[in-house]
Design a protein around this ligand. Structure first.
Ligand code: MG
Length: 380
């Protein structure tokens, strides 16, 4: 399988490289891209010997080009799109963070390249457009997100589905009070009990906005109305998600928490291979599985996401942009954790929704929202 990784130096990207290394006969890496972490890129170039490498800044591109004269080094958004459009690829892993994923994903779709999608913002922002173009071009969108990977494995006949059950670990504040959460520090918020992930998604997991984004992602990926998507808190993170069928049968996908497994499945689908995880699952070691309803008073971001999803139009993209900017400000120590919700809600309330938006309208609203969110902080 000829494959490229967009975002190879992030958390998912690095784990994908580990998966690929375990199957050198199965994978050939065509291109990688990795922001401006050139230290990690150097290692990956030596390890994977890709034809093309893309970095964010031109300056770093020049540095790498000198060091690796045989590798074609590109830079910026254009470099990313060139890599994504390369028809040599049979599959592209999109594991860049935030809105950067949208344009290269669309470029790959136009070139009929199957996608392993780890970037949920792409579907939150423009799920209708992305899924429609994928269908037109006969392109598979294979989810990397562990919950969606689980649902993908549990779905056999889509017409007979009663509901999708998306599990959530509940994050670091599951057992805390509303007041504890209000005053949570950045450090506490970044301390996720089950998953080791990038910063943006870890903050989103603490507010349950991540689960909300996943609900919107699931709606688009599996073409299921929001009324048929249920979020269930499951602190052990062993049931990764489930599908209930019309006859009352529930099929769930289980395993110890590991992102290697869903990454590998999205890269090797429809095949399964022995991979990096050699430890087999043990029900006896797992002992018990607990489930509870999400507390929407403590985690109101989940409610916001359901609302945004149901209303559709440009609202999900606006929510995503406001939340992302608010998360950056929280990480910078400028606002409290609760304010991520308050600011996102305010921006959503003020937005005049545009139904059936074009891609240009979505991207325009994304930029306007980010500016508006930033200006709210400046006034504080
Ligand atoms: Mg997930």
């Amino acid at each position: 399988m000829k494959i490229s990784i967009l975002g190879s130096t992030g958390s998912i990207g690095r784990q994908a490289v580990e998966v690929i290394q375990k199957m050198p006969d199965f994978f050939k890496v065509v291109s990688i891209s990795g922001g401006d972490n050139i230290e990690e890129l150097r290692k990956q170039i030596k390890l994977l010997n890709p034809q093309n490498v893309c970095v964010k800044s031109e300056q770093n591109a020049l540095i790498l080009q000198k060091e690796f004269p045989k590798t074609n080094v590109l830079s910026g958004d254009k470099g990313l799109i060139d890599i994504a459009s390369d028809k040599t690829n049979e599959r592209i892993l999109v594991s860049v963070s935030g809105k950067t994923g949208l344009k290269p994903t669309l470029a790959a779709i136009e070139n009929k390249i199957d996608i392993a999608l780890a970037n949920k913002e792409t579907l939150v922002m423009a799920g209708d457009i992305v899924m429609a173009r994928a269908k037109e071009n006969g392109v598979k969108i294979l989810p990397v997100d562990s919950e969606h990977g689980a649902i993908h494995q549990c779905l056999s006949k889509r017409t007979e589905v009663e509901k999708l059950i998306i599990t959530a670990s509940g994050g670091p504040f599951r057992n805390k009070t509303v007041d504890d959460i209000k005053n949570a520090t950045v450090e506490e918020t970044l301390h996720h009990p089950r998953w080791n992930m990038g910063k943006k998604i870890t903050i989103d997991s603490a507010t349950l906005m991540n689960k909300g984004l996943e609900v919107i992602e699931a709606h688009h990926l599996f073409n299921i109305p929001y009324e048929k998507i249920q979020v269930v808190v499951h602190p052990q993170s062993i049931v990764h998600s489930a599908v209930e069928y019309v006859d009352g049968s529930v099929i769930a996908q289980l395993g110890f928490p590991s992102m290697h497994i869903p990454i590998q499945y999205a890269l090797t689908y429809p095949d399964r291979h022995e991979g990096i995880e050699t430890k087999s699952f043990d029900f006896i070691k797992a002992q018990r599985l607990d489930f509870e309803a999400p507390d929407l008073e403590k985690f109101p971001c989940l409610k916001l996401a359901f609302e945004a999803g149901k209303q559709g139009g440009t609202l999900p993209a606006v929510m995503n942009a406001a939340n992302e900017e608010a998360v950056f400000m929280f990480l910078a120590g400028k606002i409290s954790l609760r304010e991520i919700y308050e600011i996102t809600k305010k921006i959503m309330n003020e937005h005049k929704n545009i139904q059936n938006p074009s891609l240009e309208q979505i991207l325009e609203q994304d930029i306007i929202t980010r500016e508006k969110t930033k200006s709210l902080f400046q006034k504080k």
